[in-house]
Design a protein around this ligand. Structure first.
Ligand code: GLN
Length: 193
């Protein structure tokens, strides 16, 4: 299995390190033609306003959109989640690829708690809580019928979801030692879930 990590900006190196730890071939994707080889794609966290510009300049929007619609597995973390959403609250000029039926609020936790960590229950990856790192994180305000919510904070805030082979998280699973969330994506890519 080979996974591409969009390497225009943000935390791509950390995702590549986790994939390697899991014994998977990981490749940096810097040009749209490099989407041809991999079996799945990770869009990392970073800054969505920057992703917006770079994805347009490098002509990634259309190929990612058409692949997502054709069932290509894509995992978006944080800013990556923002880029996959159909709708944004407080878009700040960001025009997302718009393939997942979720409405996402950018910088949703506000200035006071703009970064925090929490132990969250994510039943699809096992009983043990997952240590989730949030950095100026977005959250999902609403999700369509085809979307499966897979994690919430204790106050009900949606922080991870899946629609077909599209997977998104508000938090950064690549910044912890726990590889279960990446393993879950790899299982989706392999058609096990
Ligand atoms: N606040 C960032 C944005 O709007 C996302 C932060 C992140 O990816 N860690 O893009």
């Amino acid at each position: 299995m080979k996974i591409g990590v969009l390497a225009l900006q943000g935390a791509f190196a950390e995702h590549i390190a986790v994939l390697k730890k899991l014994g998977v071939e990981a490749v940096e994707v810097r040009l749209p033609e490099q989407l041809e080889g991999p079996d799945g794609l990770i869009i990392p966290g970073g800054e969505s306003t920057t992703f917006n510009i770079l994805m347009q300049n490098y002509r990634f929007v259309e190929p990612i959109e058409s692949r997502a619609k054709a069932g290509f597995p894509i995992f978006g973390t944080c800013a990556g989640m923002i880029m996959l959403a159909k709708e944004l609250s407080d878009a700040g000029g960001v025009k997302p690829v718009g393939v997942m039926d979720i409405r996402v609020r950018r910088n949703a936790f506000g200035r006071q708690v703009d970064s925090f960590e929490a132990e969250v229950d994510i039943p699809v990856i096992g009983k043990k809580p997952f240590h989730a790192v949030f950095i100026r994180a977005p959250f999902i305000e609403s999700a369509g019928k085809k979307v499966k919510v897979i994690a919430k904070l204790s106050d009900g805030t949606i922080i991870a979801a899946r629609q077909g082979k599209l997977l998104v998280t508000s938090f950064h699973p690549e910044l912890t030692e726990d590889t279960r969330f990446h393993k879950y994506f790899l299982d989706i890519v392999a058609g096990k879930h």
